[in-house]
Design a protein around this ligand. Sequence first.
Ligand code: ADP
Ligand code: MG
Length: 777
Amino acid sequence: MLRRMKGRVQRFLERPATVDLAHYDKLLKSIEWRESRLEKLSDAELTAAAAELRRDSEDAAFGESDLVELCALGREAARRALSERPFDVQLIGTMELLSGHVVQMATGEGKTLAGALAAAGYALQGSQVHVMTVNDYLAHRDAEWMRPVYELLGVTVGWVSQTSTREERRAAYAADVTYGSVSEIGFDVLRDRLCTTVDEMVQREPEVVLIDEADSVLVDEAKVPLVMAGSTADSQADPEVAKIVRVLQPGTHYQRDEDGRNAWLTERGAQVVERALGGIDLYSGEHSDRLAAVNAALHAHALLERDIDYIVRDGKVHLINTSRGRVALLQRWPDGLQAAVEAKERLAPTESGEVLDSITVQGLVGRYPRVCGMTGTAEAVAEQLREFYQLKVAVIPPNTPCIREDEPDRIYATEEAKEAAILAEVVATHATGRPILIGTLDVAESERLAGKLAEAGVPCVVLNAKNDAQEAAIVAEAGSFGSVTVSTQMAGRGTDIRLGGKDSAEHDKVAELGGLYVIGTGHYPSSRLDDQLRGRAGRQGDPGGSVFFASLADELVVQYAPDATAGSEPDSDGRLTDATSLRYIQHAQRVAEGVHLEIHRNTWRYTRLIEHQRGVLLEHRDELMRTDLAATELAALCGDRWTELAETIDEDVLTEAARVIMLYHLDRCWTEHLAFLSDVRETIHLRALARETPIDEFHRAAIPAFRKIPDEIAERSAETFRAATITDDGVDLADAGLVRPTSTWTYMVHDNPFDTDAEQALQRVRAMLKKVRSRRR
Ligand code: ADP
Ligand code: MG
């Protein structure tokens, strides 16, 4: 067994980005050698033995003997808690994870357990571990499934999901190991950003992250931004207010200062407005949001002139940069002013709230000093993992060799012929009772196919990644006798498909029929995704089979190999068997892979700078929150005011007031900076047309803007500090205009702003492949 594995390992070594697995032989022997001793321990003794390994800080990483001890204890704990003795390959996986690699282990090899032992190892080394899953269901399932193993090792575990309360989150993150979906952990990072004291936060400092389905997270979803948006009471313009202000006359109702930078209502003007608003007292404090709206509207009305300060084009307000006499694409007005101008021009508001903060999945992962991951399909993205994350891939052979039969593509001239062939194949196979799993490209296709199958008298279940928990239960039965399951890529992920049903009752009967039969109704945009589907069959040495149907009219081919033509006439069923057709199909997939990589690269070039700036600012924020820096700064900036207040007011109260003021302005500046950057991005493509390099332009705009932020924070904070009402109760936030968002919400943006580069990326990839081809000739 071991020798066969060594042969495999040797071959893997020759591939790029894989790591040396050969030296595990010795460690595995030592682990096995300890087994008989550990078997005799009581549970309490086992836990005590694990406690011996525990370190206080991550400085002291495990040496080889600690690693051996951890694996031996982990194996024993799993044997007791789950009645599963981890295989050698699983322990190699554990050790590779502890070395900070992305481990490739096929579907069904038991990554959940291998990962849990690694997480326990990191925890015993004194680190706090986040295990990221692809959805809430898996976070909950895996944490609870592995809990008894963790308990025997004396490691605490928790999990978060969308419905967790703040208290539950705080408790979950306080555990040694916390399971959570990528988005939930990410949203908690964003929400913690709004806290003004350390106690309010739910997460601790990021230390170690272990990512399940690592290729999905690190490559497929890497560029997806997680966004936190918020609405403030005064961020929306009131059309009613705009209407009232529109009739006000200069001199009579309002006055302007000489350089046209400020405007204010006269007595008479205020009376007019107050009456129109139903006789309220604008200045009473209770109507401060109305007053802010009136001020913004007055600014828009009295100080900003259409076609001089801004133009209206395509239903949007564009600022004019007066010094250059052209439309200043990169600027926007602060706060409610943009909305006020839109209301003045009777335009639809461009935003109902504003983005308070945002982070990409890649940026989220980048926060952790130590990263490792596991997946069935890492090798195909080894280069990307190295380029974007400096991560190495460790390919680990299966415990039992895979005997799944992967048939070559069946290619058809038209989609109709392809669909007819798929139906015929399903009907014929189903007649034998062999279970079939059909992978489609989208929900619509799943529904259509299910309809056709029903007409043909084949009942099937359809999964479309709408309810993870429910679908997990269905997929678990996809290997039972006679079952036909139609599923999209995302549905039922992470669920084990056993032959003969969840309880394996009819395992042998189904195995005799050839095991699970996987049918792909078309290629995915990457061969890696194809492999994920194939990998559903043939788990742990089971028999199984897979085949992909494709046609020259498939969207993938039409989009990425538009000049594809068959090399021969189709047969009477519309099938093509020539080599040319196959080459076109493979070519289309390679182009698609290249385009996605280009887009990822491009997005990363932009977001890297933003993530970096975010990190720098957050470090400063953290210091403000944890130290008395704000007090020191404000005391220096407004010495007189500070001294005056210090004679009345308690020092601690004053320090706290300074902190709250500076944090507020820091957050404001960041939100405004993000809005600015998003405007820059929106317009960057216009600049590309003007033959400027977009990324350089982006940096030219973003870097100086960011450099100004520290001064801006100091200036605004000093101004607030001088004017604010500060008593023994602290600073009056509402009165000082420091209104934090009244509500926040989070979402993931799936259409990436940079995807507009897709066409360019496509052309670049095509040109590159052409060059490679001509060089070969
Ligand atoms: P993966 O995530 O690698 O696809 P899972 O962690 O979901 O795989 O595990 C697949 C199945 O293998 C589970 O049913 C699990 O109980 C089982 N399993 C894992 N490790 C072992 C083991 N050492 N011995 C027996 N069964 C195991
Ligand atoms: Mg899994």
